[in-house]
Design a protein around this ligand. Sequence first.
Ligand SMILES: Nc1ncnc2c1ncn2[C@@H]1O[C@H](COP(=O)(O)OP(=O)(O)OP(=O)(O)O)[C@@H](O)[C@H]1O
Ligand SMILES: [Mg+2]
Length: 412
Amino acid sequence: MAEVTRRIGLSLGADICWPLCFEHMMKRLDLRIPVEGDTVRFEVERVTIEPFNLRQPVKYDVVVDRLTHWLHTSREWIKKGILMNDLYVFNNPWSVQSNEKHTSYCAMMQLGMPIPETVMVPAKSYAPNPDTRPTLQRYGKLFDLGKIGDALGWPMFLKPYDGGGWRAVTRVTNAKEAWKAYEDSGTAVMHAQASVEGFDRFVRTIGFGPQAHHVLYDPSAPLHDRYTMKTDFLTPGEADHLRKVTLTINAFFGWEFNSCESLRRNGIWHPIDFANPCPDSQVTSLHWHFPWLVKSYLRWTIFCAATKRKMPRTLDWEPFYAVAAKDLSYGEKLDRYAAIADARFETARFEEFCAKHLGHLDEVAAEFFGTREAKDAVRQKVAALFPAHEVERFTELFWQRIQAWRAAGAVG
Ligand SMILES: Nc1ncnc2c1ncn2[C@@H]1O[C@H](COP(=O)(O)OP(=O)(O)OP(=O)(O)O)[C@@H](O)[C@H]1O
Ligand SMILES: [Mg+2]
């Protein structure tokens, strides 16, 4: 049996905590996985940013990417790797680049999801361009935001069509507030969206390959308390429903790692924000949920690298549209979309792989998240974000939450 090494590259920005934990745990796992007569070992390395020849080889089998949405050199290096070097990467860089929130709303509306009514409005102002004035004078129609609000119902949300990071999101209750928010929106192209008023649950579902994790979310809390530590807030049927919604979105867009926010009103789950293909992975917001995330990074990366899973280079939307066109209820369609997603993410094969080769992962995680190395990873992230006098207090806060996760049996 030959020993072969799969190389995993971490393409990182401001990430501190999860890569440290990923690297430490990879060492502790000390994997030797038999695959087709070989023994597969793993090496993890951080990807550097430097000039590259388009014809030069790429040394990685799998790259976990956190830069594509804003660092163009890294994004283009990744594209070259997929096109020329058989690189596997999550997420699909073309999809991250071009499918913004607006596209995700349109596609999922067409698939039948109960997305709130949404109207796009032209930008308030434009970057200088000699064609702007004649174009708008000829074709730009005056519009009344008050009437749009009357039609959608008040209150409504004004938010950028390509969203992210709660930037310029305003809840407006009347025409005057709507115009004020619009006046302040600058060159951003905005959506006016009906508010899901009176919702009784707000859940953020993190999808990672075929894995899904639901968090009860409190948008009114300070950042470190938004991901609540509550459990038992979904029936098994609801958890399954939200998993199907999230995996459908992720399989459709080639986002193997994404999060989906859904609001429940009158028993119906309305997805409102699901174009987050580089979702928050920091212990400072995830705390109790952080070990789940690190384990999910490891499981999916190891599975893709060990099995030499083929990177789906293109997105294939037709099978979803074929289901959407059928005379079926939303629930029946969702079952079929999710079946496509489970096939694309190889759910059954993945679960079998984890049971066979990663049976010790939970135990390794439970132990690791009690060590000095783990606490140091938490402290380093806190020190990067919090003022000096708060570092000790918040390190302890997040650390205690992780210890509560361990005390609760380190499940999830
Ligand atoms: N239609 C809606 N109904 C009710 N609440 C909404 C709606 N749209 C947005 N919100 C609220 O505003 C918040 C921010 O909106 P949204 O998630 O769409 O923007 P974002 O910039 O993508 O946010 P982030 O990247 O921080 O998740 C939501 O988490 C939710 O609390
Ligand atoms: Mg959001």
